[in-house]
Design a protein around this ligand. Structure first.
Ligand code: NAD
Length: 477
């Protein structure tokens, strides 16, 4: 049974909930649920921790802590990846990538911990100013289940690098690997006791208790746009900073001179990686009329070669969905697309044969001819259901791509670099990939435009999001 982690103690008292393996429907383990009293206790301890000058003013200590933590996770990566696959369903190769990207993110943040820079100003004769980045204080981290470890650490690592303390609420569908990495905090580096707390629980009451607590200075939320709106409203009442990494509906625009051979496998991975349960999933494929049929046929052929199965099986290339509910959501999206005139090219239904019988499997699905106004095209599905669309010219492709409320990522496929850059500059997304997909780097800022979010993760901006600037002015005789 997995315990909650509050003020340096692992606590086993309280109600529990089961974590289910989506490939088998069987219990992986149980987890102890937090309470609102736990949140209050954790925030108090985190507030004391963040006031300790040895932590907030010592970048070397913070760097060492982050680096040692990265090393411990790396050593344990195979066990962690296996647990992640069991609770989340993703294929082992992806789970391993997630753990290694987590290690990389911690190491990058370790470097950043020693690089926080302010400014010194001369404001007049004998009048000097400093602008100093300081930690925000206690930060609440509310995270989803789809890439739980990386998405936590993507935010937590820069926040710790900047000297903050943390209250973490993992998603109940996949909280175990997050708890496991927090069991493995480095014990060779002495940091304040109440620096990090992990409180598993539902959004209501635990998530909302964190967001609404008056001593939580900022909230970093990764999850759906709908929940993000609610968190934004609650945070506004407390005049607190909120960072939102939300949903997506991402277009990939394919021109006649696209490098097809290389593109097809990369794109299919972007479409069905994490079984489409990825904020960055390539959920809309927009193809120029001149090569539409060729791209369609090649996509269908490649999708047919995917092997759907349990993530732990060596030959599986696409795992299950997280819940029965997500299967129903995918089916309803297919039905809506068909009702609006779509034609299913491949997939379109649940899979239940053989070893799939007790799990939540849905066939990788491609649907053509769905109008841009259909809910299937406009809304995030978070399942392996992709629309194939046709365009006649560059302007139409840009208009179609920009037509949803989301603005997370997009991709452009062409050998004409002028065209690629011109289109990239007009796409309303926080990230645009040219002739590649889902390449993210600790060095490079990412985040959402429009309803896909507020603020930036990663890179320099991702560090400074977790600081507040203080202006100190001195008059010197
Ligand atoms: P979700 O919004 O249902 O839940 C996310 C987290 O918020 C969970 O921990 C949940 O318990 C908590 N929560 C729910 N209601 C809450 C409330 N009222 N107050 C406080 N916390 C609350 O999302 P999900 O189903 O876990 O994740 C899928 C969504 O996350 C998709 O929309 C996906 O696109 C998005 N996502 C975005 C990114 C990104 O970087 N932009 C990354 C991954 C996932």
């Amino acid at each position: 049974m997995y315990q909650k982690f509050i003020n340096g103690d692992w606590i086993s008292t309280g109600d529990t909930t089961e974590v289910i393996d989506p490939a088998t429907g069987q219990q992986v383990d149980k987890v102890v649920l937090g309470t609102v009293e736990d949140v209050n206790r954790a925030v108090e301890a985190a507030q004391q921790a963040v006031r300790i000058r040895k932590w907030r003013e010592n970048g070397v200590l913070r760097a060492e802590f982050l680096w040692c933590w990265a090393d411990r996770i790396k050593q344990d990566r195979h066990r962690l990846a296996t647990l992640l696959t069991r609770e989340n369903g993703k294929v082992m190769a992806e789970a391993e990538r997630e753990i290694l990207a987590t290690v990389d993110t911690l190491k990058f943040a370790a470097g950043q911990a020693r690089q926080l820079e302010g400014r010194s100003l001369t404001l007049g004769s004998g009048m000097y100013g400093e602008v100093i980045p300081e930690p925000l204080g206690v930060v609440g981290f509310i995270i989803p289940w789809n890439w739980p470890v990386l998405l936590l650490v993507r935010e937590l690592a820069p926040a710790l690098a900047a000297g903050n303390s943390a209250i973490i609420k993992p998603a109940l569908l996949a909280p175990l690997t997050v708890l496991e990495i927090c069991r493995d905090l480095p014990d060779t580096v002495v940091v304040p006791r109440g620096l990090i707390h992990v409180i598993p629980g539902e959004g209501v009451p635990i998530g909302e208790a964190i967001v609404s607590h008056r001593h939580v200075a900022a909230v970093s939320f990764t999850g759906s746009t709908q929940t993000g709106q609610r968190i934004g409203e609650l945070a506004a009442r407390g005049i607190k900073k909120v960072l939102l990494e939300l949903g997506g509906k991402s277009s990939s625009i394919i021109f006649p001179d696209a490098p097809l051979e290389r593109m097809i496998p990369v794109l299919v991975q972007g479409m069905y990686g994490s079984s489409g349960q990825n904020c960055m999933a390539a959920s809309r494929i927009l193809v120029h009329d001149a090569i539409y049929n060729a791209v369609r046929d090649k996509l269908v052929e490649t999708i047919a070669s995917l092997r759907v199965g349990p993530g732990l099986a060596a030959d599986t290339t696409m795992g299950p969905l997280i819940t029965e509910h997500q299967v129903a959501v995918s089916q309803e999206a297919v039905n809506a697309g068909v009702r609006d005139g779509g034609r299913v090219l491949i997939g379109g239904q649940r899979m239940t044969g053989g070893v799939l019988k007790d799990g939540f499997f849905f066939a990788p699905t491609l649907i053509e001819n769905v109008p841009c106004t259909s809910s299937m095209v406009q809304h995030e599905i978070f399942g392996p259901v992709v629309s194939l669309e046709r365009f006649q010219d560059e302007d139409a492709a840009i208009t179609f791509a920009n037509s949803t409320a989301y603005g997370l990522v997009s991709s452009v496929w062409t050998r004409d670099h002028d065209r690629a850059v011109r289109v990239a500059r007009q796409l309303e997304t926080g990230t645009v990939w040219i002739n590649t997909y889902q390449k993210t780097f600790a060095e490079a800022e990412s985040g959402g435009m429009k309803s896909s979010g507020l603020g930036r993760s990663r890179g320099k901006a991702g560090l400074y999001e977790y600081t507040e600037l203080k202006n100190v002015v001195s008059e010197v005789l």
